[in-house]
Design a binder for this molecule. Structure first.
Ligand SMILES: [Zn+2]
Length: 443
């Protein structure tokens, strides 16, 4: 019996670097720094060698840069290799392949929120399963058998839903409830029904959807706090500390951010300290470079985040420029995890201009969401000229009565927090997002 099924359950072949350094029950977040360097070095050299040997695209890039696999022996040698940009991937589905097309089992496509032609990422069965089957981060991602995980992230035209699904189910051996987020059958009402019936104790979703679900629950007389969640993970949208606090209050649990992307997969996991993202070092090498010169920046200086995937052998991702800005934090985290930590500084393209100044929408959101009279739904109407003032359009919190003195008080608080002047327009009901929340509109 056993052998007759074996073709249906092929084992995946783990690369040598994993065999040698991460096999057994070792947890990635308790490896010593030396062990991590050995593992990363061995993975990197194997991936660069494979990219050169099997991918005409990478071979041409390396030859043009005058570098080959022999020149990459240590982690520092990574910087000899050329960068990979989004533009090299747009509209070119098979660009990164270092294997036969027929070995690809999964293709994911970009959500298209950043504009331009689609980016596709291809996975062989091994590349798809390796990140979860081979590795655990049990301090940072403490989920296991017996946990019931509500996965309210999009499964369609997005990599997020399936990625968390696989991590919960295959990686952590927990129970997963694939309710999705706004798909054909995925209404907030149905999701609340599933929650009431199955009582999950872990939730993964986006910040704005967490509030959409909490509001739906309240309308039904169901208190999400009664679930006594042990953890919530939020991903897929920028989120200010003050909006996160609102999510935590509504759900009665700690909500940690998770940073990842279609191209790179998992890139940063927040611990409960909420003071930066820990780098999942078994998955990726993260560099910070000057966005203009491409030279590495010093620890503590803001640079563009550049990623090399360490578990992607058949469609390698080497020195990919994410367009996101961040900085490495040298001080160890109080959570006790040894994995290094970085802070995000958003994307340069997301900054808006008002009154002749450049300002981060997340900074505006944070200030607004600290004002308890303001409801959970808002948008900033930013002048196209860049000189005018921002108009805030928002709901008031439930039970708060509008008045001109309240409007003046909100505007004064916003000015004190940001140094900007504002107009304010109160709305009875702002539309709820069905996709990514839109916080900024230009007028
Ligand atoms: Zn930490």
């Amino acid at each position: 019996m056993h052998s007759s099924f074996s073709h249906n359950f092929p084992t995946i072949e783990a690369p040598d670097a994993i065999h040698r350094h991460l096999s057994g029950s070792k947890d990635v977040d308790s490896l010593s720094a030396d062990e991590m360097v050995s593992y990363q070095t061995e993975s990197l050299t194997a991936i660069v060698r494979r990219a050169y040997d099997k991918s005409p695209f990478y071979r041409a890039k390396m030859e043009q840069a005058g570098v080959g696999p022999r020149e990459v022996q240590r982690l520092d040698d990574l910087r000899k290799l050329p960068f990979l940009t989004k533009d090299e991937l747009r509209g070119k589905p098979w660009q990164l392949l270092a294997c036969d097309k027929r070995d690809i089992s999964l293709v994911q496509v970009s959500t298209g929120t950043t504009g331009g032609k689609e980016i596709y990422m291809m996975y062989t069965r091994r590349d798809h399963l390796l990140p979860d089957l081979a590795l655990r981060y049990s301090k940072l991602f403490a989920v296991g058998p017996g946990d019931v995980c509500l996965n309210a992230l999009p499964y369609e035209m997005s990599a997020a839903g399936l990625a968390f699904h696989k991590t919960f189910m295959d990686g952590q051996h927990a129970t997963v409830l694939p309710v999705g987020k706004g798909g054909a059958y995925s209404t907030p009402a149905k999701t609340i029904t599933v929650m009431e019936d199955l009582r999950p104790n872990v939730v993964a979703t986006s910040p704005s959807w967490a509030i959409v679900l909490a509001e739906e629950a309240a309308q039904r007389g169901f208190d999400p706090k009664s679930l006594h969640l042990k953890k919530m993970w939020l991903t897929g949208e920028g989120c200010s500390p003050a909006f996160r606090k609102r999510v935590e209050n509504a759900w009665g649990t700690t909500a940690n951010f998770f940073y990842g992307s279609l191209e790179c997969g998992m890139l940063g996991i927040e611990c409960d300290v909420h003071d930066g993202y820990h780098v999942p070092q078994a998955h990726a090498i993260v560099e910070f470079v000057d966005p203009v010169t491409g030279a590495p920046v010093l620890a503590g200086e803001i640079g563009e985040i550049v990623v090399t995937a360490l578990l992607r052998y058949d469609s390698p991702l080497i020195r990919f420029r994410t367009g996101d800005l961040g900085l490495l934090e040298e001080a160890p985290c109080t959570c006790g995890t040894m994995l290094p930590r970085f802070r995000m500084r958003g994307r340069a393209v997301d900054q808006v201009r008002a009154e002749g100044r450049s300002v981060s929408p997340l900074h505006l959101e944070d200030a607004l969401m600290q004002i308890s009279e303001v409801g959970n739904w808002f948008e900033f109407v930013v002048p196209r000229s860049g000189d005018g003032r921002v108009k805030i359009r928002c709901e008031l919190a439930e039970g708060v009565q509008p008045s001109s003195s309240l409007i003046e008080a909100i505007v004064a608080k916003m000015r004190a927090a940001t140094g900007l002047s504002f107009d304010l327009e109160l709305e009875d009901h702002m539309p709820r997002p069905t996709s990514k929340a839109t916080r900024v509109v230009h007028a």
